[in-house]
Design a protein around this ligand. Sequence first.
Ligand SMILES: [Fe+2]
Length: 410
Amino acid sequence: MDGESYLIESGEPIMQFEYQNPTRLVFGAGSLPRLGEMAGQYGKRALLVTGGGSVKRIGTFDRALKSLKDAGISVFECEGVEPNPRISSVKRGAAIARANECDLVVALGGGSTMDAAKVIAAAVLYDGDPWDMIFHGQAAPHIPTQALPMIAVPTLAATGSEMNCSAVISNEETKEKSFVSANCLYPKVALLDPELTVSVPKDQTAYGVCDLMTHITESYFNGVGDTPIQDRFAEGVILTAMEYGPKAIANGNDLNARAQIQWAATVALNGWINSGSGGAGYPVHMIEHTVSAYHDITHGAGLAIINPAWMRFAAQINPSKFVQFAERIFGFSANSPDDIECALAGIDRFESFLKSIGCPTHLSEMGIDAQLIETYAKETLRIIHDENGRLPALPPMTEADIVSVLRAAA
Ligand SMILES: [Fe+2]
């Protein structure tokens, strides 16, 4: 078939895709003790990557360690990965893994720990500077093709990193925060035990809910036009997050609520929801990455600030998907498919939900003033831009567009 065969009558492209996700997903409360059994299938010398120490305070670390040791696995630790994981931590972890001849990497922590662990797993097998693997301004000098096997044990429902092939890393020297995506970075196993998330504080739980919802809205609002199945998947996960997120925040020990949002976070970014939607980009994430590169704020909080402002910008140009969102998520009735009042009312309700769970929705709430807004816009475009110098999105964003969104979010 030639290319025109893929166009429907209106000339719009229709979805076409290939989907593969090789990560084995093991889900369920009480599954942590199976870590050793999983890890033993891939190696005997594990680098155990952890974050700020909460896994030690609450005993998760000791339980993971016991499971690994009971399976005959030697464990070497890389602790202290930052909330916005730094390339220096990647280098440190790779050095520990090399020195101890590790043949396996285990991440025990949140998204930052998992992202760092992925890039460490690739950096161990790469002689150059690991920053070469991170996209910044142009295609990365070295897209990794091999990595040590990695097992992800998330302790926070948020990024979905446990079941995808991407990682986000910051460079503290250049104030850049960007990503790498490569097939070799898929975890071999994602071991999801919702019990590990019951001690996550209310604010971090809320930011995680915002992160997972933004992963969905980014593909929902930036995809090709006609993806009815993906739209229903997306709306189902959003409604689930809006139902169970507040329950998990109200009562951290509500294990069912914890389980539902953990599953929601995983499917939000494991490729299932955005297969075929051909997402034009992740503008909210790209702008947030720049802001948090400068201010080291929690990713999900930054998204809560930028996403509603971006939605109001995008809805003015492409209102129909926002109308669908308002109708299906919040039960509004539009006067027409392009009813901008209805679209904006839906966005207002979405923002109100974020506020209701404790998320900030303006930069000022994080102590960030408007002084550097032009810089954030320039830096975002320096990291990623299309052939016309715009931020890939629907619609593509000029520097002035990014500035206007950030001013609305100030
Ligand atoms: Fe995210």
